[in-house]
Design a protein around this ligand. Structure first.
Ligand code: DX5
Ligand code: ZN
Length: 235
């Protein structure tokens, strides 16, 4: 195995319950606990994205049923108002969209102050460079690899150059910011993501569309670890 700095190394898999059976969320969560690192919860409001999912009451209910940390991805308008509540409820990570946050510094600090990790998400068409100064306020950058709103969409390869640039930016800042990809991440695409610099991988349909979600996670993790070990950025 190649030698690389441990801070870059750990691959994390965050299965998205958007592709799970919402009527059986406790069982669907149990199916990945012990194998997944996080449980990715997509919060949508019919405004920021043209879809509606779940909100704080379901997150609070989930927290009582799982020991997996919740990775809440807020695809909502006015995250400045709503994001801190998810952190206060006990989410392990709360991610807000750069396109929606009007006071990102205040909001990211409020998330951290409530004890959660603070994430900042960028849509495929949003450049990362304007957010470089925000990196010290951020624990994880989420680069969307589909337009947000729906599971099962095709992975957008056009995000890969941005992923490489983002990994270089993060490295210049010391490498502590996690780099997450979300959308179309599967056995076909995860190696490209890992090679370009991602270390946290959201997968919805590739996990919950599989016959055995736990085995699907193990296989994705093995692929991502191999690709990371062979990548230039992790050396
Ligand atoms: C889409 C969501 C994703 C979604 C990914 O807007 O943010 O988390 O669940 O689903 P897949 O992995 O099927 O593309
Ligand atoms: Zn998501």
């Amino acid at each position: 195995m190649a030698l690389y700095t441990r801070v870059y190394m750990a691959v994390q898999i965050s299965p998205s319950i958007l592709s799970a059976d919402y009527a059986r969320l406790a069982d669907e969560t149990a199916a990945v606990s012990g194998v997944a690192d996080w449980l990715h919860v997509d919060v949508m409001d019919y405004h920021f994205v043209p879809n509606l999912t779940i909100g704080l009451p379901v997150v609070e209910a989930l927290l009582k049923h799982t020991s997996l940390p919740l990775d809440c991805h807020l695809m909502i308008d006015d995250p400045d108002r709503w994001a801190p509540g998810y952190a206060e409820a006990g989410a392990g990570n709360v991610t807000v969209h750069a396109e929606a946050a009007r006071a990102p510094v205040r909001t990211l600090r409020a998330i951290r102050a409530a004890g959660a990790r603070a994430g900042l998400a960028l849509n495929p068409g949003t450049a990362v460079e304007p957010y470089e100064d925000l990196l010290p306020e951020v624990d994880m950058l989420l680069l969307m690899t589909v337009e947000p709103g729906f599971g099962g969409q095709q992975f957008l390869d056009m995000v890969l150059p941005k992923l490489r640039r983002t990994r270089a930016l993060v490295a210049r800042q010391g490498g502590a910011v996690w780099l997450q990809v979300d959308g179309g991440v599967s056995a076909e695409t995860i190696e490209r993501c890992a090679d370009a610099g991602a270390d946290v991988f959201v997968a919805g349909s590739a996990v919950y569309g599989a016959d055995d979600p736990a085995r699907a996670i193990q296989a994705l993790r093995a692929q991502a670890e191999r690709a990371t070990a062979g990548s230039a950025w992790a050396r």
